[in-house]
Design a protein around this ligand. Structure first.
Ligand code: PMP
Length: 352
């Protein structure tokens, strides 16, 4: 830390991204990326001439991309905000809507960035414990009198709330914003997008990083009442008006129009997930029922940390968290069926 860093930030604990090691080629099952490349239509959208156009700024209104997202979700363009990864939508939510008066709460075990954003803005947040089975208790969030952020499905557990539970939470907190972070929703949970038409305090956040294979392009979006979207735009125009680069605008537009490719990959991931779950259960693992592109699993025969290390030594990366409530588990991203067969074979070798 330099002597120049504002004291306001001196105790900020930054987010630690999953490892991206370069020492050798790993089977990468640690950052919930897609094992498949982006849609061929997206790849074809990046031409030489589009690349030459990078000398020009991108469209600050992101009109074409917003329209494509609006059409896909059957909402109006005024209900769509696009961001540099969904992390940026989440960042803007904390920046714009949370303060001393309007506090924020989220599940204690969830996406680690919520605590980081809260720390960045000096917010006095509340981390609400999960139940002993790692599920979220909906009634903990009813009439809470605070802004709420819930990842649905949750990470790293993979468990999802029903849409009825989400609606009850949104309905019971009319004076506060409820953010539903749907980064993994495409892999089996129900989206709350339709509810944004009924409730003006609901902000649904999604990403192109997982089910649309564009993690490296950095593209996410929020769907909400137009007044919330205007507030998010105000923050964007006060930080980085060109937050989506020209190539990512084109990639996103093409990716969202290629429903067939999207469904094919999503179904392959779900199939490989079901294979992985059933094989791990056969090996005696406890596996939480996942609605995502990862599984959260532990074995009584080997500690979470040891399994992580043994897998890494054998060229397979999974995500291990040190938090003592979940340190016996590993979060295993679902790769191709072939990768998951190698993973299971390797786990068998390790636990004998
Ligand atoms: N929400 C959740 C629950 C996540 O796991 C992630 C991925 N790390 C994100 C949001 C952010 O994803 P991105 O910024 O790539 O859209």
């Amino acid at each position: 830390m330099s002597k120049y860093l504002s004291p306001r930030l001196s105790s900020l604990k930054e987010y630690t991204p999953g490892e991206q090691p370069r020492d050798k080629k790993y089977i990468k099952l640690n950052t919930n990326e897609s094992p498949y490349p982006p849609s061929p239509k997206a790849i074809a959208a990046i031409t030489r001439s589009q690349t030459e156009d990078l000398r020009l700024y991108s469209d600050p209104e992101c009109k074409n991309l917003k329209q494509a997202i609006a059409d896909y979700y059957n909402v109006s363009i005024q209900n769509v905000f696009v961001s540099n990864g969904s992390d940026e939508s989440l960042n803007f939510f904390f920046m714009a809507f949370c303060d001393e008066e309007r506090k924020v709460c989220f599940p204690e075990i969830s996406y680690g960035f919520y605590k980081v954003f809260a720390g960045l803005y000096g917010l006095d947040y509340e981390a609400i414990p999960l139940k002993s089975d790692f599920s979220i208790e909906p009634s903990d969030y009813m009439n809470r009198g605070k802004n709420i952020v819930i990842a649905n499905p949750n990470a790293p557990t993979g468990l999802a709330l029903s849409i009825n539970d989400i609606e009850a939470i949104v309905k019971s907190n009319p004076d506060y914003i409820v953010v539903i972070d749907e980064a993994y929703v495409d892999f089996g949970a129900e989206s709350a997008v339709e509810l944004t038409k009924k409730y003006n305090n609901l902000m649904v956040v999604q990403t192109f990083s997982k089910s649309r294979s564009l993690a490296g392009a950095r593209l996410g979006f929020a769907i909400a009442d137009s007044e919330i979207i205007k507030d998010l735009e105000k923050i964007k125009y006060s930080t980085n008006p060109y937050n989506i680069n020209r190539l990512t605008l084109l990639l996103g537009e093409a990716a969202i129009s290629d429903t067939e490719y999207f469904e094919l990959n999503r179904d392959s991931v779900i199939k490989a997930r079901e294979y992985t779950e059933s094989e791990l259960i056969k090996l005696g693992f406890t596996v939480l029922p996942s609605k995502t592109n990862f599984v959260f699993a532990k074995s009584d025969d080997i500690s979470g940390e040891k399994l992580y290390k043994e897998l890494k030594d054998r060229g397979i990366l999974v995500r291990h968290f040190n938090d003592k409530k979940i340190c016996e588990y590993n979060r295993i991203t679902i790769g191709t069926m072939e990768e998951m067969k190698t993973f299971i074979k390797t786990v068998k070798e390790i636990i004998g």
